[in-house]
Every structure is written in C-alpha cells, then in structure tokens.
Design a protein around this ligand. Structure first.
Ligand SMILES: Nc1ncnc2c1ncn2[C@@H]1O[C@H](COP(=O)(O)OP(=O)(O)OP(=O)(O)O)[C@@H](O)[C@H]1O
Ligand SMILES: [Mg+2]
Length: 445
C-alpha cells in the first residue's frame, strides 16, 4: 500500500500535553494535534503548502527537559513556534529565555483556546496567500524529483539561461518560477510569455518593443517584454514556436545583452535572465531547420529536465493527497482521502497529462465523490474495454520497460547520465532498472 503522508495539511506539534478540551477545539477548527513528549525525539518534515505550527507548552514541561527542547527547536528553525506560559508566570523564568527566543508569540494560562485557534487560522490564511515559491513549491520526494530540485538550486544563482524540458504538465512553469524566486533577481519582475500564443507578426514587437510609427497601427512607442522585465527574468514558454527572425534577435540578447526595438536600429542594453521551456524536442527542430543551432547551444547550457509523473513513484500519492487537502481548504467536500484501490490505480496509471492531469482528476473526484474515500470510479481510472488479466498486463509492461531501457542505453552508448536524461529519470533509477531487468552493464558495453 502507498505511504500515507507523515503530516496532514494543518497540524500543531504540541510539545507537552494538551488538555482534552484544547485538543477538541483545535480538531473542530481543522487542526490535527500531534503531542510530542518534551524529552522525546521528533522529526518534522514539511511539504508544499503544509502548515505546521509548534506549540511549546511550558505549563507542563519539567525543568530537566528544557535543554533537550532547546536542541529540538534549534534543529527546526523553519518551524513557527508559539508558547504557552503557566498561570501566574508574570516574570519569565530565566531558564525559559533561550527557548522563548525561538517563539514568535506567547499565550498565558489559563489558555484562551478560541484566541489560540483564531491566531492559528490567521497564520494559515497568511501562508495560503503566499504560496511557497522556490524549490519547495515542487512537491515530491522521489529520486527523480530530488535530482530536479538539486539542479534547480544549483542553477538558480547562476546568471546563465536555463532550458526546462519535459512532457506537458510536468511543472515546467512552476520550475521557472522557482528558479526566479531562488535567484538574486527575485525582487524584480518575472514575466512569462507563451511564444506559440502570439501571432508571428507581433512576436518581435511583444518581446523587444517598437518605436512610434514602426508599422501601421504603431501609434506610440511601446516597451517590449525584455525592457519591462529589466533586472528580472523573462520566461519564454514553448520556445520551439518562436519564429526564426525573433530567434535571431533573442540570440543577440543572449550574446550581447542588447535588444533593438522594432523600427529602430539603436541597440539598447537589457539586464534580464532568460529561462526557456519546451515540450518538443529542440534537437529535432534544429535538424529540421526550424530552430537555430547557435541559439539552441546558447540556451542548452543549463538543462533542467522534468521527469514524467509516472517515473516519480510514490510522489503520485503525495501530490494527490496534497491536491485533495488544498481542495478541502477551499471547498466543502465529503472526500477525506483515497481508497486503497484508488491509490493503487493512480500508482499504475501512465499519466499522459502528468501533474496537471492528476490535479484535474483529483479535483473532479473530490466534487463527485459520495463517500469519505475517493474511489477508482470517481477518478475515472477504471480499465476500459475487455478485462486484460492483471498478470498479462504486468508482463507486457515489464517487457516494454526493458525495451525502453535497452533502447536508451544503446542510443547513448551505455552512458548512464545520458541515458537517464533521455529517459527523464534519475541515474539511480537507470541503475535500479538495470538490476531489475538483469542487464549487466559491463557485459553489454
Ligand atoms: N511538483 C509539483 N508539485 C505541486 N504542483 C505541481 C508540481 N508540478 C506541477 N504542479 C502543478 O501542475 C500544474 C501544471 O504545471 P505547469 O503549468 O508548471 O506544467 P508545464 O510543464 O508548464 O505544462 P505545459 O507543458 O502544459 O505548459 C500546475 O497547476 C502546477 O502548479
Ligand atoms: Mg507550461
């Protein structure tokens, strides 16, 4: 059975023992309470939009536990911690001082639970208004996604262009946002444009601007995307659709850092970082003469391939749980989780539309679900047509996987890194698949 996420979407880590009434009030407001012994070990992991708040209950902490608690809070500096002081503790005990320095606010006993709940809700709303940016916006713990996240962190501070590749719905735009958010340009604009969506005749003017009278209808000077994004990042989505003349001008931006507005031959310096994304194979477009080779080389220095969802293992469950939890925060639904068959079906599905498709199916299922657990039917993942025996299906899949692996290995002269890139999985996965299919690399080479 797939792993259940460790921490629910809204959770209070209570260092100490809440009273029954306090636990009930928090539960009624949608907060799960996880009591932690004040001398016990605790590992607090957070994902995506999860909201986890620590509550340091000094009403019941033994003085001998204070040093241990201090160490725990030091290890979890990212955690927002509120404190409850014992009744009558007008003056703060000197021993508590370092602990309270880790807390953002304090409540005095007797605890006004409704005030605490209200404060927690405010914190929750604040966080929802500011969805996480940066690498943690990409939810997932699979080896394939860890590789992506590590590359993202490495590429973000470098001023070079990044080429994000991956099937539709794998999170290319999300990754572009994350790159910007993690870069020194984060306080400057992030402007995205879908190169395929602008009429070819307007692309140049859209990207580089135009002078007054540059063409019929150009009544005023207009700044293009590159000038407007000054100091920030331009995200060129579907770069494969960029017309050839605009490709030439983009090459100039990358090589010389200058643009020319349409209707002017005055070069203007621009300070922008370019991030591009494509779901088509640009190498093939280069071979067909549809994409400039020199531009491709310039863009391809830092390449960020996003793995297909089907290669992310239990991330599928993690994402599904996350999408359901955030749906539940915004809408009323009976659905609280997934049946084990639904989890299994999601795990086995090929997800041609990747994360976007998962998001859509989960939201739809949450709307139509009549029970607390979302079923295979709610997700519309029932096998169609004639029932193929599971065993046969399994064998066919295994054979296809082995073929794909062998093909990718041969194509890349048994270079694991290149093979991993072709397959859009991690190198670890390539090694794992070789072991699974009993392919002895040294012999094959
Ligand atoms: N790892 C992830 N964690 C959480 N949400 C994700 C993740 N990856 C993608 N999403 C969500 O899935 C949806 C699709 O992502 P996005 O638009 O970035 O994909 P894309 O690769 O740009 O798709 P397309 O190729 O169709 O343009 C978005 O709602 C995005 O927030
Ligand atoms: Mg996109």
């Amino acid at each position: 059975m797939a792993a259940v996420p460790e921490i629910p979407a809204r959770c209070v880590i209570w260092f100490g023992q809440p009273l029954a009434a306090e636990r009930t009030a928090l539960a009624a407001a949608g907060w799960q309470v996880r009591g932690v012994a004040t001398d016990g070990a605790v590992a607090i992991g957070m994902r995506g939009n999860d909201l986890v708040v620590g509550l340091l209950d000094l009403r019941s902490v033994a003085p001998s536990h204070l040093t241990h608690l201090q160490a725990v809070l030091d290890q979890h500096r990212h955690l927002r911690v509120l404190a409850i002081l014992p009744a009558g503790a007008a003056a703060v005990h000197p021993q508590w001082q370092p602990l309270l320095a880790c807390c953002t606010e304090t409540f005095s006993a007797p605890l006004d639970v409704s005030r605490l709940v209200q404060r927690l809700q405010e914190l929750g709303d604040e966080q929802q208004l500011q969805p996480p940016s940066g690498a943690q916006a990409l939810i997932g713990e699979s080896p394939a996604l860890q590789v992506t996240r590590a590359a993202l962190r490495k590429f973000a501070p470098v001023e070079l262009p990044v080429l994000i590749t991956g099937e539709t719905g794998t999170g290319k735009e999300l990754a572009a946002h994350a790159l910007h958010a993690l870069s020194s340009r984060h306080a400057r604009p992030f402007l995205a444009v879908n190169c395929g969506a602008i009429p070819a005749a307007l692309v140049q003017s859209e990207l580089f601007g135009h002078e007054r009278g540059a063409f019929t209808g150009a009544a005023n000077r207009r700044l293009g995307l590159f000038e407007t994004a000054s100091g920030g990042t331009v995200f060129l989505d579907e770069i494969g659709d960029l017309p050839l003349d605009a490709q030439t001008n983009l090459l100039r931006v990358l090589q010389e850092g200058t643009i020319e507005r349409v209707g002017s031959n005055q070069p203007l310096a621009v300070d922008v970082r370019v991030i591009a994304a494509t779901h088509v194979d640009l190498e093939q477009a280069v071979e067909r003469g549809q994409f400039r080779r020199d531009l491709f080389y310039r863009l391809n220095v830092l390449r960020l391939p996003l793995p297909a969802l089907r290669d992310r293992g239990s991330d599928i469950t993690l994402l599904a749980e996350h999408f359901l939890a955030s749906f539940r925060q915004r809408h009323v639904t009976r659905a609280r989780g997934f049946s084990s068959e639904a989890l299994q079906a999601m795990q086995q599905f090929r997800w041609p539309g990747n994360v976007r498709e998962l998001l859509n199916r989960v939201q739809r299922a949450a709307i139509v679900s009549e029970a607390e657990l979302i079923t295979v039917a709610d997700l519309e993942l029932e096998p169609e047509g004639i029932e193929v025996p599971q065993r046969l299906l399994h064998d066919v899949r295994q054979a296809a996987e082995r073929d794909a692996l062998l093909r990718a290995l041969r194509q890349n002269d048994f270079n694991i890194t290149a093979c991993a890139r072709t397959m859009q999985v991690s190198r670890v996965t390539v090694y794992r698949l070789c072991r699974k299919h009993q392919l002895a690399l040294p012999e094959l080479r």
